[in-house]
Design a protein around this ligand. Sequence first.
Ligand SMILES: Cc1ncc(COP(=O)(O)O)c(C=O)c1O
Length: 363
Amino acid sequence: MKKLTREEIEHLVPYPPGKPIEELAREVNIKKESIIKLASNENPLGPSPMAVEAIKKRLKDLNRYPDGSAFYLKRKLSNKLGRPTDQIIIGNGSNELIELVVRTFLLPGEEVIQPFPTFLVYEKIVKGSGGQITSVPLKGFDIDLEAVTKSISPKTKIIFLNNPNNPTGQAIKKDQLKDFLNSIPKDIIVVLDEAYIEFAQSADIANGAEMLEYHSLILVMRTFSKIYGLAGLRIGYGFGSKLLIDYMERVRQPFNVNLLAQEGALAALDDEEFIKKTISIIENGKKYLYKELKKIGLEYIPSVTNFFLIKVPSGARKVYELLLKKGVIVRSMEAYGLPEYIRITVGLKEENEKFISALKEVL
Ligand SMILES: Cc1ncc(COP(=O)(O)O)c(C=O)c1O
């Protein structure tokens, strides 16, 4: 008998996504409307209204294939980023770009490095492609770039850095990243996953757009799923090394990003009012939640993004399950190696209040 699949795939477990509202409504028999989901770092305000309007206008064109080159979206991103369109690639969510990088560049026997805990998808994709991944522990809750440098071997091909990092909400500083990029071998691909960078307001936080001159093989990834509120559309983008983008363009599927996603993203980029409102809701929400958690006496890890970790010494899984019964979906951090922490996404004022009152009951 032939082996059905690779050894690494035998040991993979499906990615544990935030529980969908509909699923919980069925399971605990609570009305969908009274459930709150603070589990997947989505935008609590809904989608960008300008994106929704633009999408409605294109519904009549759904009989046509989308523009496989995403011409207009690339042009707009090119203006925004100040980089030519051949240094930009569009993906079916930034998740697709993670997959594309690994599929295009990771050769047999080569390895990937990730600080850990981080976004679980890197490991999943690397292992699913038959690659080896080395996880470098964080220092406290921060990415330890010195330790990452030390763990580089001749086989290292790709380093994933999630900045700010999910699930810890901490960011790498500009000087740290510059030093790191200057110190590593020139043939290593650095992927800077900036899914949450738009939430990070402090000027000393490293931003991929300013880092490209310090290393030749950088791919910066961003997404429309978070600040633009378009997670359901599945669209993200990458920019950086022309060489990397050129090869990835050869490998990607011709119609990887659907027509409505391109249209929505194009409009969302102009929706400045929505972005401002989102940042203000998140900042105010964090202030409120931090204050209430202090009152309850729970430790939390202040974050520069729209989510953060809360320490629940009685065990994350238990607290997660009890909160579910009250119609509140958060994330238990066991799979991230943090069994005493839950991660919550900052919600609307009413959602944050409901979370705090449910948490008090549960504790
Ligand atoms: C760090 C990180 N990168 C990428 C993504 C995925 O983004 P997308 O929806 O664009 O695939 C997420 C989503 O949770 C994330 O947390």
